[in-house]
Write a new protein. Sequence first.
Length: 87
Amino acid sequence: MKLYIGNLPYDISEPELLDLFNEFGEVVDANLVKDRYTGRSRGFAFVEMDSRSSGQQAMESLNKTVYKSRPLVCNEAKPQKKGNRRR
């Protein structure tokens, strides 16, 4: 199950992101979205869990949880639309 995580602190690292989700199951993939010019986090990420049940548990546990003074947004990622992609 692929999850969208929003309202992340801008100083979060990938290991910190993985630590948040590893307690719910195996993380298959994690993508902390960064600004291509500055390399700084853009405040959101995508995490893929090994099973739907572990993804559901992570989503229910972490949504609206305050992490580093920021309430996280955690929900199921929507499939990316094909077509007009900005560059």
